[in-house]
Design a protein around this ligand. Structure first.
Ligand code: BTN
Length: 328
């Protein structure tokens, strides 16, 4: 057995208690420096260990493991998440899923990674994706719809994720237009859809979803703490990532099939019922300039309709939406 496994076993045998460095080095027959090095290794693997100079080390949190074979069997979807490509570390699951899509991977092919070294967000931003703490995944979709329907699939993905996370965590999760999931104003999840088209038809979509599940405050850079949070921080307890993926796959496929059969209307109504943007006065930065107004609903394409102070309505297809302006 490797010494970090032995050390982990030792910590696990003393739940909620400190184990002194002296006792560890004695039991494992290694130096105190070697113990410290193994502790660092466990921390990089997602374990949280409290260190006290007087008392020793205490295991606070073990990352939950994803077993991709068991995961594929845990939901009864026809396509979504039936073929899972699981990686310890990738640059971005978007790139891996795109390569699979290009080589003909079927719809529902899912890429999951424990860690992303170059996770991508919307608008060219990065995405914090530490090891073992979140769900960093991308799925291949091959809908037979015109290219202008792609934004509707982004909204659909947000609805499916919001409904499944609410069911599992009972947290007050809402959707900020177009597809950020927030709890009490802070972001817990982001969605990034990238598509490839041929002759005005979608060849495939790679739907990337990042869910901050078990991150603690120390996992975020200082400047993000005011804006970002995790399910664990908000609920005060960790959650099983596999359970979340399974629930999400089920809900996502159900809504996707509804969308393919009946169109976007039913999805739009669900989105509106979960939205935290509707009725809140905001500033929007669009490619055409800035404006202030109150979102009132979606139009049939998935764009948001915004009412301005003079009562006029504008339809916004793409924008960065700011914080609510009328919050005290
Ligand atoms: C956003 O900016 O809100 C979108 C964030 C999307 C992040 C996910 S994590 C899995 C997938 N791989 C990436 O590089 N990005 C998406």
């Amino acid at each position: 057995m490797k010494s970090h496994d032995q050390l982990l076993n030792l910590l696990k045998r003393h739940p909620d208690q400190y184990v002194s460095g002296a006792m560890m080095s004695q039991e494992l027959n290694v130096s105190r420096t070697a113990v410290w090095k193994q502790i660092r290794k466990l921390e990089t693997a997602g374990y949280e260990i409290e260190a006290s100079t007087k008392l020793g080390y205490r295991l606070l949190y073990s990352p939950d493991e994803i077993n991709s074979e068991r995961l594929a069997e845990s939901h009864s979807t026809a396509r979504f998440g039936q073929s899972i490509h699981y990686f310890e570390q990738v640059k971005s699951t978007q790139d891996s899923a795109r390569a699979l899509a290009e080589s003909g991977a079927p719809e529902g092919t899912l890429v999951l990674a424990e860690e992303q070294t170059g996770g991508r967000g919307r608008m060219g931003r990065g995405w914090v994706s530490p090891q073992g703490k979140g769900i960093w995944m991308s799925m291949v979709m091959r809908p037979h719809v015109p290219i202008h329907c792609a934004p509707q699939l982004t909204l659909l993905t947000a609805v499916a994720l919001c409904r499944s996370l609410r069911r599992l965590t009972e947290l007050p999760i809402g959707i900020k237009w177009p597809n950020d999931l927030l709890i009490r104003g802070k972001k817990i999840s982001g969605i990034l859809l990238e598509s490839a088209a041929e002759d005005e038809r979608l060849k495939y979509i790679v739907a990337g979803v990042g869910i901050s599940v078990n991150l603690s405050e120390g996992d975020y850079p200082e400047e993000l703490l005011a804006k970002a949070t995790s399910l664990r921080i908000e609920a005060g307890q960790p959650f099983s990532r596999s359970a979340i993926v399974a629930e999400f796959m089920q809900e996502w496929e159900t809504l996707y099939d509804l969308f393919l059969q009946e169109g976007f209307n039913a999805i739009a109504a669900l989105w509106e019922s979960l939205s935290v943007s509707i009725g809140q006065k905001v500033r929007l930065v669009t490619p055409q300039g800035e404006l202030e107004g109150t979102p009132v609903g979606l139009d049939e394409s998935g764009a948001i309709r915004v009412e301005r102070a003079d009562g006029s309505l504008v339809t916004i297809f793409s924008a960065e939406m700011g914080e609510p302006l009328n919050r005290s």
